[in-house]
Design a protein around this ligand. Sequence first.
Ligand code: CMP
Length: 481
Amino acid sequence: MSRPHFKRRFLLLLIAATILALLLYLTRISEYWLKTIFTGRMGLPEFGQTLINVIEIALLMGLAVVFVRAIDEAVFRLSFRLRRRAEAPSLVRNIVSIIANVIIFVVIFKLFYPTVDLGAVFTTSAIFGVIIGLALQDTLGNLFAGLSLQADNPFQVGDVITVGQQKWTGVVEGISWRAVKVRTFSNHVLILSNSSIAKEAIEVCPKENLNARLVYFSTLYTDSPARTIHVVREAVREADNVSQMIRPNVRIRNLGESGVDYEVKYWLEDYAKYNDTDALVRQRIWYAFRRAGLSFAFPTRTLHVERKARGDGTPVDGSGFIERLSAVDIFAPLSVEEISRLANASMSHVFAPGETVIRAGDEGSSMFVVHNGRVQVQIMDNGKPRTVAVLNEGDFFGEMALFTGEPRTANVIASEETEVLEIGKQAMKQLFETNPDLVESLSHTIAERRTELKAQHENEETHEDATAGIFASIKRFFGIN
Ligand code: CMP
C-alpha cells in the first residue's frame, strides 16, 4: 500500500467524522424544538424522546465506526509494515473491528438506556434469533471456516494452490472473512468461499518453498541412458527459474513401447511461473538432444531407415559448410581441397538463445565458426557478465584455448538460435603442417583478442609482446619447429 493511498484514506475518515460530529451537534441544539413538536402537536412525548435517542445513538455509532477504522488503519498497517509484510490478514482486522464496534455500541446504548438489559433482549427474542440464524447461516459458516483457515494458516498470499474436484489452480491474492481470492494462470479471478475450501483437499505450493515439477520425454532405445541423463541434466540446470540449490534429477520412468520414457524433476525459484519454465525446459531438452545426436521416440512401428543428418553430432558432409569456412578470413590461404577436408571434419551444433557454448575456465580442445546466428563473448566484471565482443556468421572463437592449451578466457553465449561448426585439434594440426602462415595469422587474432581482454582487465601488455609469446606457445603446443 503506497503512502498517498494511506493518507487519502485518513483524509476521508476525517471528513466523515467532521460531518457526523456536525450532525450530532445539530441534533443536540434542535432537541428542544423536536421534543416540542412531538409532545405539543402530536401528544407523543415518549416517541419524541425515543426518536432523538435513536438518532443520537446512530450518529455516535457512526463516529465510533470511523474512529475504529482510523485506529485499524494506523495500527495494523504500520505494525505489519514494520514487520515487512505486504498487508495484514484482512480477516483478523475485520474481526477485531467488529468486536470493537459491538463493545462501543453496548457502551453507547447503556449510556442512553442504563436499565435495559441488552443480553436479555438478544437472548429472549426467539424471532430475532431465527431471522438472524437463517440470514447468517452461510455468512457465519464462511466466517468460522475463515477463522479456522486463519488459525491453521495452511496457505498465504502469494502461494500457489490447487483446490477442489475441478482442480482450480492459481496464486492466492487474498483471504477475507467470506472467501479466498485466487488468480488463475489465465489471469481470471476465482472467488472460493471459505466454507467450500474448508471441506476440500487443498494442494499448497508455498511461495518460500522449493517446489518441484516433472517434465516427461522419451528417447529411442538406441540412445544410451547414461548419456541422455547427463545431457538433459546439464541442459535443464542452466534454464531460467530453475533453482541452483538442487540439481535436476533425470530418471527412467518406463521402458515404453516406442522408446525409453524419462522424467526430469527440477526445482523452481518462482513456482508461480511453472508453465513458462516447463516449456523452457522442454525447449532446452530439444536443443541438447540435437547437439548430442540423441533422438526422441515416436509412437510408430514402421521401420525407419534414417540417414544421419548434420546437427546430430556426426561429421557433416560439408554442403553449405565449405562455403561458410572458405569465407572465414584466417582460412583464406587454404586450398579448396583443404577447406573441403576441414568441412568434413567439422561437427555442427545448434544452441538455444541464452545457452552457453564455451564457459570461461574450462579446458578446450576445439574452436568454432559461427555458421548461423550470433554469439556474445562475455567476461565477469565484479560478479556481473560484461559483453566484450559480438561475433556474427563467419566469425570464429575458441581458438585461444585450442592453440595455447590455456583455459578458456571468456564465456561465449548464443544471443539467438545459433549453429556453430566445431573444428577439432587434429583437423587444425594437419592444416598447420601444410600452411605455416596460418599459425601467424591466428597468432595475430589471438594477440588482438588477448590485448583487448587485458585492456578490459586493465592490464598493460603490448600487442607485439603478446603476438611473439603466443606464436611460440602455439608452435610448442602443436610440436611444430
Ligand atoms: P577461448 O579462450 O578458447 O574461449 C573464449 C573465446 O572468446 C576465446 O577463445 C576467443 O575466441 C573469444 N574472445 C575472447 N576475447 C575476445 C575478444 N576481445 N573479441 C572477440 N573474441 C574474443
